[in-house]
Design a binder for this molecule. Structure first.
Ligand code: SF4
Ligand code: SF4
Length: 249
């Protein structure tokens, strides 16, 4: 088998078992070229007790989508360490409780499609079989659905799906490269949360908007609320959509 993707459904049996006894333990945490989503970054910087700017500077590299101009954040390349993740140790992942969504999903890939008629999302999954991963066996015995539940990935997917909607909105409303101040706003509100909060409460970033007091209280106190607000704000300032707070419910 070699780098295959096999479509699977939630009720299919996942013939997979991963753990420290596997001969390939930690192999999937090396030779990385891993994208980090805004929610991944929020969880990791909270885990490490860092401000977002410090986390981004220390652990990530910023790229720009060649066609879209959108910021793309990855772990900082680390050739001296074989491109290993900065958080892998001989005992495994040192940030396990707050590891990124892609680490939780592996060896599954997930895609979503939204119905134009009903607005409902449909999920699609595929099994990624790569040569370095020796976890495939007949001993799995669990369904794809129960594997996903154990990975606690839903909170990540909810936010990542909203990000994907913004990216597809950008492609239809503002095709071509996003440049300058608009690209900076996208990065500020979604990736550099603590600086975004400081811009709001110390530099009156939202002075032109009539943001309800209870929403301001929430984004002052809580990173997840601030990121949820950031997704709404980006949609407003970049693409002219109404500030609709129902998604923060
Ligand atoms: S965050 Fe953890 S699970 Fe993900 S690549 Fe790094 S060490 Fe591996
Ligand atoms: S390579 Fe596969 S089986 Fe081995 S530790 Fe990583 S995910 Fe688990």
């Amino acid at each position: 088998m070699s780098d295959e993707m096999i479509p699977v459904g939630r009720d299919d049996i996942l013939p997979f078992r991963c753990g420290p006894d596997n001969e390939c333990f930690n192999e999937c945490c090396r030779d990385l070229n891993q994208f980090l989503t805004p929610y991944d970054i929020m969880r990791l910087k909270q885990h490490l007790g860092l401000r977002s700017a410090e986390f981004l500077k220390t652990y990530t590299a910023l790229h720009t989508g060649p066609e879209s101009g959108l910021p793309v954040v990855t772990f900082k390349p680390n050739p001296d360490q074989g491109y290993a993740c900065p958080f892998v140790s001989s005992e495994g992942c040192t940030v396990y409780e707050n590891r990124p969504a892609s680490c939780r999903m592996y060896p599954l890939a997930r895609a979503v499609a939204r119905s134009r008629e009903t607005g409902e999302l449909t999920e699609y999954f595929a099994l990624i079989e790569e040569d370095h991963c020796k976890g495939f066996s007949d001993q799995g015995g669990q369904t794809v659905g129960s594997w996903l539940e154990g990975q606690e990935v839903d909170a990540y997917n909810r936010v990542n799906d909203r990000l994907m909607e913004i990216i597809s909105l950008k492609n239809s409303v503002r095709p071509g490269r996003l440049e300058g101040a608009l690209a900076d706003k996208f990065y500020l509100a979604l990736y550099d949360l603590d600086t975004f909060r400081a811009e709001i409460f110390e530099n009156q970033l939202l002075e032109d908007l009539d943001v309800p007091a209870d929403i301001l209280d929430r984004i002052r106190a809580d990173d997840a609320s601030l990121l949820s607000f950031g997704l709404i704000w980006v949609r407003h300032v970049l693409f002219g959509r109404e500030m609709d707070y129902t998604e923060m419910a």
